[in-house]
Design a protein around this ligand. Structure first.
Ligand code: COA
Length: 529
């Protein structure tokens, strides 16, 4: 059992806690923007039409009082589009079955898909596919966001390809259509295994009446072209005709119940709560990420019984590795301790990842790294080879990976510790996270040195005043681009979470992961030891 050395009465602890609470207040404000959807005017108009909001639909679809793990709520943050990207996605339990649920938010520009909606929807389908989760779409969308069609039309074809691939993999796809589902949107019900349409509300057509008139001159109306009644009685696209939205959600639940769905992963062991309160996770990460912290303090507040069987504790001490359980599911944990990764840490990580693959144990990466060590001694000692070996191991490891960015995530450390490009099954950030190719001051300093050398080579005098201004500007830009809201906005994680929720979120992810069988181990690439 980990013995905590944290003192919750300590002034430093309280300072860190205050700073984290301030960041969480900002996070709440950003989440509130996503929940507000298209704003009061459009929400009121939607309600006046007797319709439920996207999140209300989700709430009525999932089992009463069961949790919903919303994914990427900050998508589109920092872009020209509203926070949340006009779609709600997440994992919820329907009739006892964990499902991936995706709901258009029709209060945001008619629920049209902008480039961030597309990325969020593709990510949702990817999660459903890799974790074998039935995929339920709550459809009401104006299709492609027309002014940005160039960003979405061609890559957007994947939405429909993914739906058919899910179906081909035996993963059920269900569409509940509440309103408009035009053009490309019509292929969502078109590609789904099960389709429910709401009477007098669902409108599913390749082209609406104006387009038909333009194309063929034919006079038509919404109902005969794509109404729910027509699709239920004539075209056969709808399997069920719902009286209203509630009825559609009831039918959706009934469809899931009839799937007789069985999870194919491992059963969890009995669950034991950690010995230390999650509340104390607020006071661990320092504001200045250059100050190291002991990740065992985090592990002690996340894993079952605070029990952690540390592996190679005396070797490569800047990376903590070991075995634990979360909500009864065994995991191997890799957590940065001092920030920097040296050769020994890389070798230790590689061995540990191989061991986890041998025993088919999922891996949890807790990131707080400034990257691999630079300098003559380290280069001569083979830091490139050893870092490459660790990255090779992470890339080819077949057990499920989970990543939490607690603090720094800089340079190739982001890669070795299973950053987004290494496709962990789920990746969450804490509000204290920062990620970039290197720290803002270092990056500005490198640009300055390079600029100075270039001026010298041209025989010019270096503009010192301009250099100071450039450094300040670059530092501010990189700092802003390193922050978790910005990165979450670009879908580089699956959400920014309250550190206190880490155990719950990871438990839900581990449960979802085990809907699929644990993939068989396969080989690694050539290691250069
Ligand atoms: N692209 C960009 N903006 C869109 C849009 C789209 N596909 N669909 C709707 N919007 C915008 C509207 O311009 C409007 O903006 P505004 O309020 O700032 O002026 C806002 O979303 C709400 O649209 P509105 O038509 O008032 O909402 P509605 O609920 O009455 O109708 C639709 C919604 C989706 C039925 C209707 O907007 C529509 O038919 N859109 C076009 C559908 C289409 O042909 N899409 C092609 C897909 S390939």
């Amino acid at each position: 059992m980990i013995k905590s050395r944290l003192d919750p009465g300590d002034a430093e602890f309280l300072r860190r806690r205050e700073a984290m609470l301030a960041k969480l207040a900002e996070l709440d404000a950003e989440h509130a923007k996503a929940v507000a959807g298209g704003g009061q005017k459009y929400v009121e108009r939607h309600r006046a039409r007797g319709k439920l909001l996207a999140r209300e639909r989700v709430e009525l679809l999932v089992d009463p009082d069961s949790p919903f793990l919303e994914l990427s709520p900050l998508a589109a943050w920092g872009s020209d589009f509203p926070v949340g990207a006009s779609v709600v996605t997440g994992i919820g339990v329907i009739e006892g079955v964990e499902c991936l649920i995706s709901a258009n938010d029709p209060t945001v520009r008619g629920g049209a898909s902008n480039p961030w909606t597309l990325r969020k929807s593709l990510r949702a389908a990817d999660i459903a596919y890799r974790n074998r989760l039935p995929y339920v779409n709550l459809v009401e969308s104006g299709g492609a966001d027309l002014p940005t069609q160039k960003e979405i039309f061609i890559p957007g074809g994947r939405i429909f390809r993914d739906l058919t691939r899910l179906s081909a993999a035996g993963i059920p796809t269900i569409a509940l259509v509440f309103g408009n589902s035009t053009a490309g949107g019509a292929y969502v019900p078109g590609m789904s295994d099960y389709v429910v349409m709401v009477r007098e509300r669902a409108k599913v057509f390749l082209g609406g009446p104006p387009l038909v008139k333009m194309a063929t001159g034919e006079e038509s109306d919404d109902e005969s072209l794509g109404g729910a009644e027509m699709h239920a009685r004539v075209s056969g696209l709808a399997d069920h005709l719902a009286h209203d939205e509630y009825d559609a959600l009831r039918l959706g639940r009934r469809i899931v119940r009839s799937l007789n769905w069985r999870k194919q992963g491992v059963e969890p062991h009995p669950v034991e709560e950690p010995r230390y309160p999650a509340e104390e996770l607020l006071g661990i990460v320092p504001e200045d990420l250059k100050v190291p912290f002991d990740p065992r303090e985090v592990i002690a507040r996340v894993v079952d019984g605070s029990a952690f069987e540390e592996f190679k504790p005396l070797y490569g001490a800047s990376l903590v590795t070991g075995w634990a359980r979360i909500h009864g599911y065994p995991v191997g944990v890799l957590a940065n301790a001092q920030g920097v990764l040296f050769s020994a840490e890389s070798q230790k990580a590689t061995q540990f990842i191989q061991l986890a693959n041998q025993s088919r144990t999922p891996l949890l990466f807790l990131q707080n790294t400034t990257g691999y060590m630079v300098g003559k001694d380290y280069e001569q000692g083979g830091i490139i080879k050893h870092g490459a070996m660790m990255i090779n191991a992470v890339s080819n490891s077949t057990v499920p990976h989970l990543t939490v960015v607690m603090g720094a995530s800089y340079g190739a450390g982001n890669y070795g510790m299973c950053g987004r490009a290494y496709e962990p099954r789920f990746l969450f950030s804490w509000p204290s996270a920062k990620s970039a190719v290197m720290g803002p001051a270092q990056l500005a300093g490198v640009l300055s040195i390079v600029g100075r050398a270039a001026a010298q080579a041209r025989g010019q005098v270096y503009d010192e005043e301009g250099d100071a201004a450039m450094r300040a500007m670059v530092e501010a830009q990189i700092e802003a681009e390193s922050l978790p809201f910005f990165l979450s906005g670009r879908l580089y994680d699956d959400g920014v979470i309250d550190p206190r929720d880490t155990r719950t979120v990871l438990g839900m992810c581990l449960s979802a992961i085990n809907s699929a069988p644990v993939p068989p181990a396969s080989g690694f690439g050539v290691f250069r030891p």
